[in-house]
Design a protein around this ligand. Structure first.
Ligand code: ZN
Length: 316
C-alpha cells in the first residue's frame, strides 16, 4: 500500500518580536517569507510561513510571533531542535555567516555519518544545519544566500522524550515510519530515511517538562497527500485510541491534530492546495492574507498587528 505519511510537512514555533523573527529567517537563513497571515486560533497574532520559493511541504518553518513574549524552556515533551538540510560543502559558509551576525555556533558535530552545526535564533529556538549530499531537492536562492549554499528544506526534527516506547509504536505502526538506527542515545526514524523525513528521539529520563513560549516549537506537522489520505490517517489514529481533532481548514492545507504519548503536539497536514491559492507565486508573502471568515474584521486585525517588512538586502 502507498504510504499515507511521507515525511515532515511543517514545523511551527512560538517566537518573540515579529520583525526580529522575519529578519532572522529571511535575512540570515535565506528562507522566503511565503505567507503572512494570522493565527487562525488566535487572530490577533501573526502567523508567518518561511520556506523555499514556493513553500513546498517539507521546507516550511512557521512562527506565531508574540511581541514581548517571555522565553520558553526546552525540555521533555517537545521538539527541541529543528534541523535544516544544506549542501555538504556549505558548512564553512554557514559558520562564517552565523558568526558574522553574532550568533554563537557549535563546533562541527558528527551524527549518523553527516556533519552538522547547532545554534539558536534570537529567541533561543534550537536550530541545526545538517550538511549532506543525499538531498535531491534543488536549492533555491533567496536574499543574499547563494543557491549553492542555500537551505534545501528540513532535514528532520529532534523530539526530547522521557520514554520512547509509545512514541516509537505510534511512528512505526500507525504513521508509516520505520526505525533507522541508534547512535549515542539518539533513536532515528524515517519514512524513507532521507532529508525531510527524519525524526530523532532523544531520551531524557530525568528531564523536566519544557514550557512553551518564545523560542520553543509548538507542534510538528507530517505530510499526507490529500484530503482522502488524511481521512485514512485520522481513521487509523482514532481506531488506535488517539484523541484526534476534526479536519481543520488552514487555507493552504487541511489539518488534524493529536498529542503523541510523549507530549508533543502532532499534526497531519495535506500537501494540497499550497500557498499560491490566494497570492501569485511571484508575490507570496507580500500582503497580509486572511481566511474568508476573518476578512470582515481586517481593519481591526491589521491594527492589532505590528507592521513588519523584509530587510533581506541588509543581510549580505
Ligand atoms: Zn501546523
Amino acid at each position: 500500500m502507498k504510504p499515507l505519511i511521507t515525511g515532515i510537512h511543517h514545523i511551527t514555533a512560538i517566537a518573540g518580536n515579529p520583525q526580529a523573527n522575519i529578519d532572522f529567517y529571511t535575512g540570515i537563513l535565506g528562507l522566503r517569507l511565503v505567507k503572512k497571515t494570522i493565527n487562525f486560533d488566535a487572530p490577533g497574532v501573526y502567523h508567518f510561513y518561511f520556506g523555499d520559493e514556493l513553500g513546498r511541504p517539507g521546507t516550511v518553518f512557521t512562527t506565531f510571533p508574540f511581541t514581548g513574549a517571555r522565553k520558553g524552556v526546552k525540555g521533555a515533551g517537545e521538539v527541541t531542535y529543528t534541523a535544516f538540510s544544506i549542501p555538504s560543502e556549505s558548512l564553512d559558509y554557514w559558520r562564517a555567516r552565523l558568526k558574522k551576525y553574532g550568533i554563537p555556533v557549535s563546533d562541527v558535530l558528527a551524527r549518523f555519518g553527516d556533519r552538522l552545526i547547532r545554534f539558536e535564533d534570537h529567541d533561543s529556538m534550537g536550530i541545526e544545519l545538517v550538511a549532506n549530499d543525499r538531498d535531491d531537492r534543488t536549492g533555491w536562492s533567496y536574499g543574499q544566500v547563494p543557491a549553492g549554499y542555500s537551505v534545501k528544506g528540513f532535514y528532520g526534527a529532534t523530539l526530547n522524550l522521557r520514554d520512547k516506547e509509545l512514541t516509537e509504536k505510534l511512528l512505526t505502526e500507525h504513521m508509516d515510519y520505520r526505525f533507522i538506527g541508534e547512535e549515542n542515545g539518539r533513536y532515528r526514524y524515517g519514512t524513507e530515511g532521507k532529508p525531510g523525513d527524519i525524526v530523532d528521539i532523544v531520551i531524557d529520563k530525568s528531564g523536566n517538562r519544557g514550557s512553551q513560549s518564545a523560542g520553543t516549537v509548538h507542534h510538528i506537522a507530517f505530510r499526507t497527500e490529500n484530503a482522502a489520505s488524511q481521512l485514512q490517517v485520522q481513521e487509523i489514529l482514532i481506531r488506535n485510541g488517539y484523541q484526534v481533532t476534526e479536519v481543520k481548514d488552514r487555507n493552504y492545507f487541511t489539518s488534524i491534530y493529536f498529542r503523541e504519548p510523549g507530549g508533543v503536539l502532532f499534526e497531519v497536514a495535506t500537501d494540497e492546495p499550497g500557498f499560491a491559492i490566494d497570492e501569485d507565486e511571484a508575490h507570496l508573502g507580500e500582503l497580509i492574507k486572511l481566511p474568508e471568515w476573518a476578512e470582515p474584521n481586517r481593519e481591526k486585525l491589521e491594527e492589532s498587528l505590528t507592521p513588519v517588512k523584509l530587510n533581506v538586502e541588509a543581510y549580505d
